[in-house]
Design a protein around this ligand. Structure first.
Ligand SMILES: NC(=O)c1ccc[n+]([C@@H]2O[C@H](COP(=O)([O-])OP(=O)(O)OC[C@H]3O[C@@H](n4cnc5c(N)ncnc54)[C@H](O)[C@@H]3O)[C@@H](O)[C@H]2O)c1
Length: 292
């Protein structure tokens, strides 16, 4: 058997139907294109009209079978319309990828209930709404399926100035674990993918005007064991894996495509002196002298 045949048979993605929220831009676009490249029919809702136009052009160029809707995935009616269109067109659903999410940097103290509500709607409530609509549609096929929630490293460690985002993503992780048990007997798997730094337009908006050493190669070498930021495909490869038959016995888990940052939390790879969980001595001496 050729490698391509092995992959096609074991991944078992050809002909499957996938819904992606936020699937036109940022990390979502790559996930949509990669699932389509593996034979999935894709249905996307995204609020970015320009991103939807670009995605539509690319999917059309590929001769793909697809649905795109412009809308806010936090609105239940928008999701109702999308899932109804999927049922009408294909009468099946196999995969749901909840990509929509986002945040801004601000201390919790002084933040407003309106801001908390926005973060919870974007990062938690939208996941509940989309997932609840997907379950009957996946169950109806009797073939099982895969629900994939995009969380973040910040849902698995403390994230100062991102407390509500971190709490919402941690809630998604716990929701996914619990739901995976409720749905296991139906062969519906529920997993999370937790990136760290993977530059996208959304990330740039969050960090606009904020000096962050992680945006520099040296900062990445220190903070990311693999020494570089993530790419779109670093993340979407994991989504394709979790959508595919290759992960058919994995549920209730989180995969961390982050170059090792979750594992290394607190340990830094300092140039010249190697791993330390505090400042290297020469930097410490430099700072002491500077501040003396
Ligand atoms: N990029 C990273 O480094 C990173 C790191 C950790 C976690 N994440 C998570 O990955 C996911 C995607 O991140 P990204 O950086 O690609 O984000 P992004 O801001 O680029 O958004 C991805 C897509 O979602 C769409 N979108 C956003 N809110 C929407 C809404 N309410 N309704 C419809 N569409 C909406 C955007 O238009 C965009 O096309 C998020 O859940 C984010 O929390 C990203």
């Amino acid at each position: 058997m050729s490698a391509a045949n092995w992959w096609a048979e074991r991944s078992d993605l050809d002909g499957r139907v996938a819904v992606l929220t936020g699937g036109a831009g940022g990390l979502g676009e790559m996930m949509t294109l990669d699932l389509q490249a593996n034979g999935c029919k894709v249905a996307v809702v995204d609020r970015d009209t320009e991103a939807i136009d670009t995605l539509t052009a690319e999917l059309t160029r590929r001769g793909a079978d697809f649905i795109v809707h412009v809308g806010d995935a936090r609105e239940p009616e928008v999701l109702d319309t999308l899932f109804a269109a999927v049922t009408e067109r294909w009468a099946r659903l196999d995969i749901l990828v909840n990509v929509v999410g986002g945040t801004f940097k601000a201390p919790f103290e002084g933040s407003t209930p309106k801001a908390w509500d926005t973060l919870l709607r974007t990062n938690l409530m939208h996941v509940l709404h989309a997932t609840s609509r997907s379950i009957p549609a996946i169950k109806a096929g009797g073939r099982g399926g895969s629900i994939i929630n995009i969380t973040t490293i910040e849902g698995y460690r403390g994230a100062p100035n991102f407390a509500v985002y971190s709490a919402a993503k941690a809630a998604v992780a716990q929701f996914s674990r619990s739901l995976s048990l409720e749905l296991a007997a139906d062969g519906i798997r529920v997993n999370c993918v937790a990136p760290d730094l993977a530059p996208t337009p959304g990330m740039k908006k969050i960090s606009a005007g904020v000096e962050n050493s992680m945006n520099y190669p040296l900062g990445q070498q220190v903070a990311i064991p693999m020494g570089r930021a993530g790419t779109m495909t670093d993340i979407s490869d994991v989504v394709v894996f979790l959508a595919s038959g290759l992960s058919k016995y994995i549920t209730g888990s989180t995969l961390h495509p982050d170059g090792g940052t979750f594992t290394s939390s607190g340990w830094f790879n300092w140039p010249g002196s190697g791993y330390d969980n505090t400042l290297p001595m020469d930097v410490m001496h430099y700072l002491e002298q500077r501040d003396a």
